[in-house]
Design a protein. Structure first.
Length: 230
């Protein structure tokens, strides 16, 4: 009889674990869809419609403020789902899951931006995907010493607009001066100060967004665990 009860408990925990995985996967999928939709709306209604300021807002990804709700949703959902796991290990497992999920979901925005940039470069110069990869990697290596997505993330952390044409990449100084001049005309601040201000501010803003995402996730995870215990 005791063995039967143990087998039943194990079976329930296995079912719970399967349900937990399904819920977490759903949470991740919904979060990605929300972030993608928010970026799409921001491009159409905000970034592409406001001259100069739109480029600046895109650089700091102001839409990330709204996406803080995504991390509240993640924390709450995973917290409630913890009830499906073994009481002794559930909270620890969920904490480990969140440590992985939060950075991955947070980086969805630049990942989408990176793929969109590659598509624009490919379309503007009528290049094949391998040619586009070679061109963009060469540009990023020359500019920040890193290729691919990492190079893109570092470059856009110090400059709000990235060139989408081969001619602009070759004459990058002229391209950056042209973009800087628009901000100088708008703010009246010298170009050197504008460049350094953008570089410092963009990275500080990224750290701020990530910190808020972590705080929102932790706070709502705890609340989700409390709800599940009731």
């Amino acid at each position: 009889m005791q063995s039967f009860k143990q087998a039943g408990s194990i079976f329930l925990y296995v079912l719970g674990a399967i349900g937990y995985v399904a819920i977490v996967a759903t949470i991740i999928g919904v979060s990605i869809i929300i972030k993608w939709a928010a970026l799409l709306l921001a491009d159409k209604l905000l970034y592409d419609t406001i001259l100069i300021i739109g480029d600046l807002l895109r650089g700091i990804e102001i839409i990330e403020l709204l996406n803080i709700l995504v991390f509240a949703f993640i924390g709450m959902g995973v917290g409630v789902a913890t009830r499906l796991l073994h009481p002794q290990y559930g909270r620890k497992i969920s904490a480990a899951v969140l440590i992985v999920i939060v950075p991955l979901v947070f980086m969805i925005t630049p990942a989408i931006r990176y793929n969109s940039w590659l598509e624009k470069v490919e379309e503007s110069d009528k290049l094949s995907p391998p040619q586009t990869a070679t061109l963009t990697n060469s540009f990023l290596n020359r500019k920040v010493g890193l290729p691919g997505f990492i190079g893109y993330y570092v470059y856009t952390g110090q400059f709000p607009v990235i060139p989408t044409k081969q001619s602009e990449m070759k004459d990058l100084d002229s391209f950056e001066k042209k973009v800087n001049s628009r901000f100088v005309q708008f703010t009246g601040i010298p170009p050197t100060i504008v460049s350094w201000s953008m570089r410092v501010c963009f990275w500080l803003i990224r750290i701020f967004y990530f910190s808020i995402a972590v705080i929102a996730t932790i706070a709502h995870f705890r609340e989700g665990v409390r709800i599940a215990r009731r």
